[in-house]
Design a protein around this ligand. Structure first.
Ligand code: HEC
Ligand code: HEC
Ligand code: HEC
Ligand code: HEC
Ligand code: HEC
Ligand code: HEC
Ligand code: HEC
Length: 358
């Protein structure tokens, strides 16, 4: 099988090298530019297994440590980014853990629940087309009817495996549904948010873009990626759970600190949240002055990080700690608009909110 692949790939290579001028003359991309890869197609296609996209080890020969880069390929780029370290961290895309599953013929989102989950370099980067203009160029987007829209936005890439996939893990949710701009609330990834009074926001983040420097739309990559600011961009791996750029404690009985909720405090001012500028009982719950001896409860107990299909303010109670009120209700009801008044129906730490109002 393997020997046959090598024979096939050598033939393909001979054929393709002769066709190169024709097929690729119009595009100038990093990998097809002799300035970057003087050895051309052969840099990758020598002994290449076409059945599974060549594998991540092909890519890592050049995108690994500088000392390990192949001189045989006349490959001289010293600035080329080393992504290998992020893939050794605890929370990472399973590129090196689930090998040889990618197939050039697969279409994503996956429609067969029996196909194992995977993410190869070739699933997220199209080696022939990747350029500084569009890092996602060449990746086939979601099929609608007979059309496959090209990918220009990062979230469209993520949705290929984290939205409608038939093989989504049981505990995972459809991210496209969470981030839909038709929801009552969502972090503004697909477009600007609905809330006009997010008073905790730190500049340059802002509800709507007014000044040129304002940022009102964020990316998956603003929260997911390496914790090391010197690492290459991309959600390759992180030492923090959830593959997050900063620490985010999601449990109960947590001591509040700038570290515990560092992810949120990157964009939401800690002193505003803990100073109860919006929800008057924020600090009581987060620091746990009264009811919790060992600390307080995480933002995650009341807020989803992505989007809520039923409530405003990203409210979604964590069922691990929160249950129905004595009347059997579990919900948040806003009173007025941006008035910072509302009511909660739930039970937490044995405290019945049936409802409790603020
Ligand atoms: C940086 C590495 C790299 C270079 C350089 C490169 N390729 Fe590829 N090529 C790949 C990868 C990776 C795939 C598999 C993509 C997949 O399976 O999703 C591939 C697939 C192919 C295929 C199979 C069909 C397809 O498009 O998926 C052909 C044909 C091909 N390459 C031709 C070439 C030619 C001709 C050149 C030189 C102009 C070239 N490649 C340069 C990495 C490279
Ligand atoms: C022979 C060496 C070599 C191989 C093999 C190789 N690359 Fe590259 N890659 C480069 C060079 C050189 C650049 C140009 C930019 C640079 O030097 O940082 C580049 C650029 C990139 C970029 C864009 C980086 C940016 O700064 O925007 C991505 C993404 C990338 N490669 C992914 C891959 C993937 C995925 C594979 C495997 C299919 C692969 N590369 C295989 C040498 C290589
Ligand atoms: C080709 C498929 C694929 C694509 C595209 C993809 N992922 Fe993943 N992702 C996976 C797989 C497989 C896992 C391992 C867990 C699983 O099966 O969901 C994973 C895991 C994750 C995790 C960690 C989950 C955890 O429980 O720790 C995060 C966060 C994540 N991906 C974010 C992203 C983001 C952001 C993007 C877009 C930039 C993206 N993914 C694109 C396949 C993909
Ligand atoms: C504001 C920060 C933020 C943004 C933006 C964000 N995430 Fe997350 N994401 C989190 C946090 C925090 C967690 C871990 C806790 C949780 O599950 O809510 C998480 C968990 C995940 C997980 C693992 C859990 C699961 O449900 O499968 C995946 C996958 C994921 N995010 C994908 C994405 C994708 C795709 C995007 C962009 C479309 C995105 N995230 C945007 C903060 C964010
Ligand atoms: C789940 C999807 C995913 C996988 C798997 C993945 N990448 Fe990336 N990668 C990204 C995204 C998203 C970016 C950021 C693009 C941007 O915003 O510029 C990125 C960026 C990069 C960059 C440019 C970094 C920079 O700072 O300019 C390189 C190089 C790269 N990836 C190489 C690889 C290699 C090699 C592999 C396999 C070992 C790989 N990636 C696997 C999604 C992925
Ligand atoms: C006990 C539940 C609960 C916990 C825990 C909680 N929140 Fe809230 N939060 C709320 C409620 C309720 C609102 C809506 C207040 C209103 O406007 O009526 C809110 C509003 C917000 C808002 C929007 C208004 C603003 O202040 O800008 C942000 C941002 C926010 N919370 C962030 C956080 C962060 C960050 C944490 C963790 C450090 C956290 N919350 C913990 C219940 C909670
Ligand atoms: C990269 C910046 C960024 C990070 C990190 C971030 N947020 Fe936000 N958040 C925003 C922006 C921008 C808005 C404004 C959206 C709007 O106007 O509707 C927002 C809005 C909110 C809202 C109000 C949403 C609404 O519709 O009422 C809540 C609640 C919130 N964030 C909680 C959190 C929590 C909890 C975390 C940590 C898990 C977090 N944020 C991390 C940028 C961020």
């Amino acid at each position: 099988m393997r020997a046959k692949n090598v024979v096939v790939s050598v033939w393909l290579l001979v054929l393709l090298v002769t066709m190169t001028g024709l097929s690729y003359a119009a595009v100038t991309t990093y990998h097809l530019d002799k300035k970057y890869l003087p050895t051309g197609c052969a840099s990758c296609h020598m002994g290449f297994d076409f059945s599974n996209g060549g594998g991540a080890y092909k890519c890592i020969t050049c995108h690994g440590p500088a000392s390990a880069r192949p001189r045989s390929l006349l490959f001289r780029q010293t600035q080329t980014k080393d992504v290998s370290k992020d893939f050794t961290k605890n929370y990472r895309h399973p590129v090196f853990d689930k090998r040889n599953i990618h197939s050039a013929r697969e279409t994503l989102p996956e429609t067969n629940p029996a196909i194992p989950r995977h993410a190869d370099c070739a699933d997220c980067h199209s080696a022939h087309y990747v350029s500084s203009d569009n890092p996602f160029a060449g990746i086939r987007g979601k099929k609608t009817g007979n059309l496959t829209a090209p990918i220009t936005k990062e979230y469209e890439l993520c949705y290929l495996c984290h939205a409608e996939s038939a093989n989504l893990p049981v505990k995972s949710t459809n991210k496209r549904m969470e981030f839909s701009i038709n929801n009552p609330s969502f972090h503004p990834v697909e477009g600007e948010g609905k809330n006009l009074a997010v008073i905790s926001l730190l500049r340059p983040y802002r509800e709507k873009k007014v000044d040129a420097n304002d940022i009102s739309v964020i990316k998956c990559g603003d929260c997911h990626g390496s914790e090391d600011p010197n690492s290459p961009r991309g959600p390759h791996g992180s030492k923090y759970q959830g593959l997050l750029v900063e620490n985010f404690a999601t449990g109960d009985n947590v001591l509040e600190s700038s570290y515990a909720y560092a992810l949120c405090y990157r964009c939401h001012k800690r002193s505003s949240i803990m100073g109860n500028e919006s929800f008057p009982a924020h600090s009581r719950h987060i620091a746990g002055e009264r009811n919790f001896k060992g600390g307080g409860t995480s933002c995650h107990t009341c807020h989803t990080s992505h989007g809520s299909v039923e409530s405003r303010y990203l409210i979604r109670f964590n069922r691990e700690y929160v249950t129905e009120s004595s009347a059997g209700k579990l919900k948040f009801v806003e009173k007025g608009t941006y008035s910072f008044h509302g009511e909660c129906w739930l039970t937490c730490h044995g405290v019945d909110h049936n409802p409790k109002t603020y």
